[in-house]
Structure formats: C-alpha cells, structure tokens
Design a protein around this ligand. Structure first.
Ligand SMILES: *Cc1c(COP(=O)(O)O)cnc(C)c1O
Length: 381
C-alpha cells in the first residue's frame, strides 16, 4: 500500500482496537470458554482476511461464518482452526463446505443426511442448533428426545462427528428477561441429549450475552459486533462495557463554495440557505454505503469540528455546512464515522440517526470504499 492515500473516500480499520476488543471479551468470560470469532459477511465488512490475520496470534478456538464460500475463503487465507458455518447450508453448498473441512450447523434430519453423504473422505464435524425462540433455524427444544436420538444414530453409523450444540438469543441486547427463558429451554434440552455433555461444545452467547452474562458463556462464546466496535447492548438499561471504535469512515472535501441566501442543495432542494452559508461537497454518498437517511440529520467532522450534513445524500456526494470552519479547503479529509481531534461520531450514533443498527451500517459499506489499516498511511494535505 502506498503511504499516500489518494482515494476519495475510505474505511480506516484500527487493528489494535480490534485486538483490544477481543481481549475485553476474553477478560469478561474468563480463561475457560473458547472464543469463536464471528467473521461472517467479510468480518462485518471490515475484511475477513485482515481480521483473521489480526486475531490468529490471540489464538481463538475457531471462526464463525455464514456461508460455505466464506469458510472456503478463510481456508484460502491459511486458517487451519475449526470454521463453523452457522447459516443452514443450502444443498448446493454442502459439497463445497465438506471439501474445505468446515463444520456444519445442523437444524434438521435432511441436512444431517446430506452432510453425512458428503463425508466421502474423513469424518465431518457438525454442531446441532437448538431453537429456543429465535425461530429461524434449529431443532425445536420441545422435541429434543426425538430428534436427538435420530441425530445420534446417524452420528454413530455414518462418517460424521457430533461435536457441538448451540442456541442463539433473540434479545441479548435488550432489557427483558427473555434470555433467561431461552437459557432454561436450552438447559432442559441439553439434559435430554443421549450423549454426554462433556463430549459436546456447548455455546449460546453472542457479544451482548458474553459481556452481560458470563454465566451463559458455557464452553464457548461467539462475539461479533463488539470486536468490530459496535456497542453490543446500548439500551440494556445496565452498564455494558463499550468497545473501542474499530472502523472510521472518511471522505475528501472536493468542493467548497459560498452559498448566498436562498440557495438550495441536493435532490428535492430540502435545505435552503437562510443567510450566507459555506458548503463543502464530500466525495461520498449512499453508493458507498453512507445511509441516505442521514440527509439533514447526520453530521461529519471537519478540522475537528462537527458540522451538519445538509440536503439529501446523493449516490456519490454529500454536502456539509462548513460555515463555521473557514479554513476548510478542497482535499481536506472529513470524518463521517470516527474521531478527528477531540470530536467523535460513533458508529452507534450514526446507526441511530439512520434508524438502523451498527451491524447494517458496517456491512453496508460498499467495496467502492477501500479498507485501509490505521497507521499504514500518512495524510498529506
Ligand atoms: C452473527 C452471530 C453471532 C455474533 O453476534 P454479535 O451480536 O455480532 O456478537 C453469534 N452467533 C451467531 C449464530 C451469529 O449468527
């Protein structure tokens, strides 16, 4: 990578912060539980290759992905640790997953049959998902005696190994008591399994659950968003440690103009200058993943000062009111997410302004924004 960043807009990834967030999860759950680092969707948009390279020295037990192709990509980067595919595999992906030696997450007998049939070489590992209320995947916790016997029979007779059992909380970030209800259902199901619990890796907790309820950490935790700087439970009604920010979104100021009173900006002319204003055009838009919702509500940081986004966000451009930043010039860097000087716009603030969640903001950042590692370049204005 060149030392000089010449691109119009980019995502800056702070790998030291990522490592610290990982260590914070380890600190919260203690030494015993394994950590399955969730790197699905290209590590929430930040680049699975660099995330894995950063986490490997910290020795996570393994990685979690959503698709067979994501698991294959990790193998291509050289990952030898277990890789669990948490999304149910479509029949067309089973062979790919098997060839890469991934672990499948099994939710019904049909998919276990397919997994066993794909085991033409050595034995293939699988985890069983138990649905305790999430409703999108998993065997029903109420029917555990039936399905668990059938699962065990296949594991005994075919070339598959039952290595794990998991569930997923639907409201680990919330203030209600549903997680304890789901945990009870999970425990009830575990008590009915025909195999010894000691032979299975038991796991349930995502980031929010791991940080709030270490008593649910079981044998492994599955952190995702916290590693990438998203607050895992902003509205939990109790203090939950904040992650260190990992992603910053920055864009060049490409035009600066003085707008006389009455000037309008953006599609729909939704912002009108009441007096003389100074407008700066930023080289970033919803085509880069900057939510269109931020028009007339969001902000940016220019020269360490927070300035409002005025008018609607276009596909490739957005405009800020820099009346209060007279030194701003074309070529300067604006920050849409992250810090500049003492000013900071957090990922979660942006998500709230855009009426969504940090996960969607991060995974929505388009490939048009190059990902650059913090410290890998020097700004030259
Ligand atoms: C994505 C995912 C996680 C991680 O959730 P976060 O809220 O990002 O920590 C954990 N478990 C499963 C099954 C997931 O799909």
């Amino acid at each position: 990578m060149s030392n000089d960043l010449q691109t119009r807009a980019w995502v800056e990834v702070d790998l030291e912060a990522l490592r610290e967030n990982y260590r914070a999860v380890r600190g919260a759950v203690g030494d015993r539980p394994a950590i399955i680092a969730m790197v699905k969707a290209d590590a929430y948009g930040l680049g699975a290759d660099r995330v894995v390279r950063t986490l490997e020295p910290l020795e996570p037990w393994g990685y979690g992905v959503a698709t067979a192709d994501e698991g294959v990509a990790l193998r291509d980067f050289g990952v030898r640790r277990p890789i669990v595919v948490f999304g149910p595999l479509p029949p067309t992906s089973v062979e790919t997953a098997a060839r890469a030696g991934l672990s499948a997450t099994i939710s019904n007998m049909d998919s276990l049959e397919r997994w066993a049939s794909a085991a033409t070489g050595g034995r293939l590992d699988f985890h069983v998902e138990i649905d305790t209320g999430m409703g999108r995947a998993g065997f029903d916790w109420r029917d555990t005696p039936e399905w668990s016997r059938a699962v065990q029979e296949i594991a005994a007779a075919r070339r598959v190994r039952w290595t794990g059992v998991m569930t997923h909380f639907h409201s680990a970030d919330g203030a209600d008591a549903s997680a304890s209800v789901q945990w009870e259902r999970f425990q009830e199901a575990l008590g009915q399994l025909p195999v010894s619990r000691a032979d299975l890796m038991v796991h349930a907790a995502n980031s929010a659950a791991a940080l709030r309820w270490p008593q649910y950490a079981a044998d492994a935790v599955r952190p995702g968003i916290f590693l990438y700087g998203g607050h895992p439970a902003n509205h939990a009604g109790e203090p939950v440690p904040a992650p260190r920010p990992v992603a910053a979104v920055r864009a060049r100021l490409v035009l600066v103009r003085d707008a006389p009173p009455g000037s309008t900006v953006g599609y729909g002319a939704t912002h009108v200058a009441k007096e003389w204003e100074r407008w700066g055009t930023l080289a970033i838009g919803y085509g880069d993943g900057l939510p269109r919702r931020l028009g007339n509500r969001g902000s940016a940081i220019v020269h360490g000062r927070i300035v409002p986004l005025v008018g609607r966000i276009s596909m490739d451009m957005a405009v800020v009111d820099i009346t209060g930043v007279p030194e701003a010039r074309a070529g300067d860097v604006a920050t849409l997410i992250g810090s500049d000087g003492d000013a900071c716009i957090t990922l979660d603030e942006v998500a709230e302004q855009a009426e969504t969640i940090s996960y969607e903001i991060l995974t929505g950042l388009r490939p048009r924004l190059p990902r650059v590692e913090k410290g890998a370049w020097t700004e030259r204005n």
